[in-house]
Write a protein of this length. Structure first.
Ligand SMILES: NC(=O)c1ccc[n+]([C@@H]2O[C@H](COP(=O)([O-])OP(=O)(O)OC[C@H]3O[C@@H](n4cnc5c(N)ncnc54)[C@H](O)[C@@H]3O)[C@@H](O)[C@H]2O)c1
Ligand SMILES: O=P(O)(O)OC[C@@H](O)[C@@H](O)[C@H](O)[C@H](O)CO
Length: 379
């Protein structure tokens, strides 16, 4: 079996690649980072190290790589032959890889009559659906119709904390032991990919929203409030009582939204929150606040981990989402020169002020009450 995976980064190598290997696939990683691609082709394997008191190492074999900038034709051919295509490149990169995927699918329609599933493993609601919409922009109407018959784009939720890597072996990845990969089975074409680590569900929405509005909401609170208070690592930030109080408060608010929307059991949801906070505290992982806070404009988007639960909380309870608002305020104050979006956000604020910037990035109406609530917290 052959897998093509776009994005040989932290989660690509540390999670998806590992599960594909364990399921018996040869994985061709597609990336623009030439050092990683060269290393994959020369080593043909890499280590995934579980960051825990009793560390374990899995050697992921049967891997190779293609640089999509220098060898796009090889990527197209790999898509023609593939049994599954996955991505973990970041939501902003999905439009960038879509043209090449469209070319690969067009080529495949001519010679390979097997169905294919393409699963985007990005932290967003509707990642594979977004990939599909972008891929279809490059296909004519008749090609789209043929693709709709043959190719599935099941949405997915992926959860495993994989920090930026520091080992001198550029392929080695240190990961937390926990993982969850949930895939929407109703959108699958042909047989379900035989990957034992995947949980197939009929309705993905509760799973992706529970993950995004708990793991990622809590993580964002720790990162933005932690950064504001001078912390560099997540496990240190979450040990600060002030950070902890805001993060816990934000998770109670997003939890209320999830419980009211999906009918989750209150006690079980609290256990889910507690487990996640324990994961953030893992002393064997050093996760930088700048990785977790990366892309603040994306994270302040209307459907992302902060604005969406805050809006729903107001709608459902009629109350102010005080702790989510504190986190959003900290996100608006997020400064770091190494992050293009953080620099852009601060330039927008300097030029247009907080209120207008928030309206633009969060797509809020000028009279949305959330704006005032956030501004009060900002002060
Ligand atoms: N790291 C985590 O803890 C984690 C967990 C769950 C989900 N995710 C999601 O996985 C995705 C990737 O995150 P990450 O942490 O692995 O980031 P990362 O930066 O480590 O990896 C992204 C990879 O994509 C590559 N890339 C960039 N442009 C590309 C292009 N045009 N074609 C092919 N490859 C390209 C980069 O070179 C990099 O290797 C994001 O959507 C993230 O939200 C991450
Ligand atoms: O990947 P992002 O930028 O959407 O979010 C940063 C982290 O919260 C995220 O990568 C988590 O580590 C991951 O979602 C855990 O499953």
């Amino acid at each position: 079996m052959h897998a093509v995976h776009f994005g040989a980064g932290n989660i690509g190598r540390g999670f998806i690649g590992a599960l594909l290997y364990q399921a018996g696939y040869h994985t061709t990683f597609v990336d623009v980072n030439d050092s990683i691609i060269r290393a994959l082709n020369s080593e043909e394997q890499y280590d995934v190290v579980l960051a825990a008191e009793e560390s374990e190492t899995l050697t992921v074999k049967n891997v190779s790589g293609i640089n999509s900038i220098s060898n796009p034709d090889a990527v197209m051919q790999a898509i023609v032959q593939a049994d599954i295509v996955t991505t973990a490149v970041g939501p902003n990169i999905l439009p960038v890889i879509s043209e090449l995927i469209a070319k690969g699918l067009r080529e495949r329609l001519k010679s390979n009559k097997q169905s294919l599933n393409l699963i985007a493993c990005e932290n967003m609601v509707g990642s594979s659906t977004t990939l599909k919409e972008n891929v279809y922009k490059y296909l004519a109407d008749d090609e789209q119709a043929a693709c709709a018959d043959m190719f599935g784009f099941p949405d997915a939720a992926v959860d495993r904390i994989v920090p930026n890597q520091t080992d001198e072996d550029i392929l080695q990845v240190s990961v937390e032991p926990y993982y969850e990969w949930v895939v929407e089975q109703t959108a699958i074409k042909g047989d379900r990919p035989p990957i034992s680590g995947i949980t197939y569900v009929n309705d993905l929405k509760p799973y992706i929203e529970r993950k995004l509005f708990t793991v990622n909401t809590g993580h964002a609170a720790a990162a933005y409030v932690g950064r504001d208070m001078g912390y560099t690592a997540i496990h240190e930030a979450v040990r600060d009582d002030n950070v902890q109080a805001i993060m816990q408060g934000a998770l109670q608010e997003s939890g209320e939204v999830l419980i009211q929307t999906y009918g989750f059991d209150r006690e079980e949801h609290q256990q889910y929150i507690d487990k996640i906070i324990e994961r953030f505290m893992n002393p064997y992982i050093s996760d930088e606040v700048t990785r977790v806070g990366r892309g603040p404009i994306r994270k302040l988007g209307p459907n992302d981990r902060l604005i969406r639960p805050a809006t729903l909380y107001m709608d459902l309870t009629g109350e102010a989402p005080k702790y989510l608002a504190k986190t959003i305020a900290a996100a608006l104050n997020y400064h770091t020169n190494g992050d293009e979006e953080a620099v852009k956000l601060q330039a927008m604020i300097a030029e247009q002020g907080y209120i207008r910037t928030l309206q633009i990035v969060a797509d809020l109406e000028a009279d949305d009450p959330l704006i005032d609530i956030i501004m009060q917290e900002l002060e």
